[in-house]
Design a protein around this ligand. Structure first.
Ligand code: 13P
Length: 254
């Protein structure tokens, strides 16, 4: 079932105390102010996950996610974190394929395919990111790039597994730059993604897949983006580090 979701990606920000404080502030605001059907996910640094899970109140509309995991089940990979560890922390989601992982950690579509497998095998839900660079947008190859990222990393999955994915379109040129994709630009790609899903898995799965927009989304531009037919919510970086801004973005999704 297609859902309305806003997910925060804290990236490598906030120490544990700051993280718990922000999480509790978000939770308090949501309790009072959230009346709609939105679901909210906070993707925190892995080392914070179990503490956040303990702060989570039963009735909360919040869930917790990680920002990455290793592709192997377990083993001699010093410093890495497995999907089963993330699941045991109380998190339910994992961001896979964020452009910062692709760029700074050389994560390929082939590697991301393995990561999607291990995340699903461990009962977690992937938030799978795709998006083109400024060069690719200006060069006019962005549809090809998006198609390649999606097909190479995720089209090996069967429909039952695919239905567990949340997709996030994050144009690299819009991340942390203050340059938001216009609602029309974002909608064009979201519709394109849904069309690719329909061709591969059928219209029902495509219609039921949640596709988030990410990239300089803030309380001012969120409503217009979320109003687009194929935009089902947002993946929020900088603005998710302030409880007021994050909750205002969530409230813009109705
Ligand atoms: P900003 O909202 O800071 O542009 O970051 C978006 C993002 O990368 C979320 O994953």
């Amino acid at each position: 079932m297609r859902k309305n979701i806003v997910a925060g990606n804290w990236k490598m920000n906030l120490d544990l105390n700051q993280g718990i404080q922000l999480f509790n502030e978000i939770q308090e605001l949501l309790k009072v102010e959230l009346s709609g059907e939105q679901e909210v996910i906070v993707c925190a640094p892995s080392i914070h996950l179990s503490s956040l899970a303990k702060s989570l109140e039963g009735s909360s509309k919040l869930s917790i996610g990680a920002q990455n995991c290793h592709q192997a089940d377990s083993g001699a990979y010093t410093g890495e974190i497995s999907a089963s560890m993330i699941a045991s922390s109380g998190a339910e989601y994992v961001i896979i394929g964020h452009s910062e992982r692709r760029l700074y950690f050389s994560e390929s579509n082939e590697l991301l395919a393995q990561k999607l497998d291990v995340v699903l095998k461990n009962g977690l839900f992937p938030i799978f990111c795709i998006g083109e660079t400024l060069e690719q947008r200006n060069g006019g190859t962005y549809f090809d790039v998006i198609k390649e990222q999606i097909s190479e990393a995720s089209f090996h999955l069967d429909g039952a597994n695919y239905s567990k994915l949340i997709l996030a379109y994050e144009p690299v040129w819009a991340i942390g730059t203050g340059l938001t994709a216009s609602p029309e630009q974002a909608q064009e790609i979201h519709l394109f993604i849904r069309t690719l899903l329909a061709e591969k898995y059928g219209q029902t799965l495509a219609d039921n897949t949640t596709i988030l927009y990410g990239g300089s989304c803030n309380p001012k531009n969120a409503a217009e983006l979320f109003a687009q037919a194929d935009i089902d919510g947002g993946l929020i970086g900088g603005a998710s580090l302030k409880a007021r801004d994050f909750v205002d973005i969530i409230k813009a999704l109705n």
